[in-house]
Design a protein around this ligand. Structure first.
Ligand code: C5P
Length: 231
């Protein structure tokens, strides 16, 4: 199911910066925002409660990876935050992912991180001793996430078709690395436009700097949203 709102990655260094950014938007407009581990560790659950109090949907990207019992306990705490989406590492294994999903139930989408986009094929072979291509490993992890009952994966838009073919059409693909045509790529290596991501079948797009660093963040958000919805 495609989510019409692009998820805005709130990669700011202070709580005040987040508040200032959100004040650009009309009061009452409900956004979908992503909080990463750095911000969550620095500020804590307060940031989640603040965003919820404004009515925003929250993707808490904490990438949990530990023994099943610990992840289950951690997830039972996160569940009380009433977030909308949360991540675990598929490398934690099927049992770990299943425990996490069992605790969370249908309250939030649980999606797995497969191979990080910063991991090269060489890293994967040397460090993880996985002797396949990165794409094959990503698809393998996606299948394990599906087996564990997860809702989907975070992946590059380039991998959406392969993942859906190996899992199912309704297995969610959450795709960062999105850049409107003509905008700066920054440190992202492989990017797609919102329109391309729509056409390729992404269910959610995650967009940070093209919105957060825009001169007019609301106009940038609206333009990206339109391109994403219209495809
Ligand atoms: O600013 P930008 O649009 O590149 O932000 C993308 C967001 O998605 C960042 O928060 C980044 O950490 C996250 N992300 C990513 N690639 C992944 C997983 C997460 O860019 N594979």
């Amino acid at each position: 199911m495609r989510e019409e709102r692009p998820i805005i990655a709130l990669d700011f260094s202070s709580f005040d910066d987040v508040k200032i950014f959100l004040e650009h938007f009309p009061k009452g407009e409900k956004l979908y925002v992503k909080i990463g581990m750095e911000f969550f560790y620095a500020i804590g659950p307060e940031i989640v409660h603040y965003l919820k109090s404004l009515g925003h949907s929250i993707f808490l990207d904490l990438k949990l990876h530990d023994i099943p019992n610990t992840v289950r306990s951690a997830m039972s705490v996160l569940k009380t935050f009433e977030i909308d989406m949360v991540t675990v590492h598929a490398a934690g294994g099927v049992e770990m992912m299943r425990e996490a999903k069992n605790v969370l139930g249908d309250q939030a989408k649980l999606v797995a991180v497969t191979q990080l986009t910063s991991t090269s094929e060489e890293d994967m072979r040397n460090c993880q001793n996985i002797q396949t291509t990165v794409s094959e490993s990503v698809v393998n992890y996606a299948c394990k996430a599906k087996e564990a009952g997860l809702d989907g994966v975070v992946c590059s838009a380039q991998e959406v078709k392969l993942i859906k073919a190996a899992t199912s059409e309704d297995f969610l693909c959450v795709t960062p690395g999105i850049r409107p045509a003509g905008s700066e790529i920054g440190d992202q290596k492989r990017v797609m436009t919102p329109q391309e991501a729509h056409q390729i079948g992404s269910d959610y797009i995650v967009v940070g700097r093209p919105i957060t660093r825009a001169g007019d963040p609301v106009a940038a958000y609206r333009a990206i949203k339109t391109e994403w919805i219209d495809g």
